[in-house]
Design a binder for this molecule. Sequence first.
Ligand code: HEC
Length: 214
Amino acid sequence: MKILHPPTVLLALLLAASACSDAAEPEAEAGPPVRPDTLPTEIQAEVESRGSAAADALAQGLVGRLAEAIDEQGTVGAVDFCSAEAMELTRDIAEDHDASLELKRTTTRWRNPDNAPDEAEARVLEYLEALEAREPGSAPAALTAAGPDGSPRFYRALRTAPMCLQCHGAEADLDPEVRRILEARYPEDRAVGYSEGEFRGVIRVSFPADSASP
Ligand code: HEC
């Protein structure tokens, strides 16, 4: 009889629970998480340096504006800022930084359905989440992978800082007013229940398809 290692069993349970998959299909035989398609080596370095500069500009821009909004209007007011401006700010920062790149924030546990992942993004998120499920903190901070049509993509992992928990922490810990607004505005909200340092999702940077041919 085969003895299953506890982490393997745990991973299988997590995968089964998150995928709502048929319990009759055992996941325990799955090997290590499969890394999504890599890019041709000639373009790796450029995708990494331009991608991480754009992702950092967005992360810093959003966190800066969010901190300002919380300071000026409190957490409840800052929810309005996020709802009303985060998407537009994401587009603006992308355009200001490098108009040939497209930026998106995406996660399997989205609050705003417009941020749900496409197929290629979902594969990257599943890979990073599988690594996290095996060992929390082990997902790499950055990853390059092929998008649709082989177009290059850069991904920056996002983790929750203490400030994020005001709106993404355990439901019981949220300010009741914040919770009320979130429930009213995002009836299918999946983005609560996080603790500090948890993998929250990614910033995805897309390059034009022709940058795949050196
Ligand atoms: C004041 C409340 C508030 C705080 C604080 C906050 N968020 Fe959010 N977050 C939101 C709202 C509202 C949305 C949905 C609107 C949008 O941004 O598209 C959201 C969306 C997101 C998304 C896009 C994916 C999705 O779920 O739709 C990510 C990623 C994210 N937040 C990460 C973070 C991180 C990381 C922090 C801490 C640095 C943080 N948030 C702090 C309210 C907040």
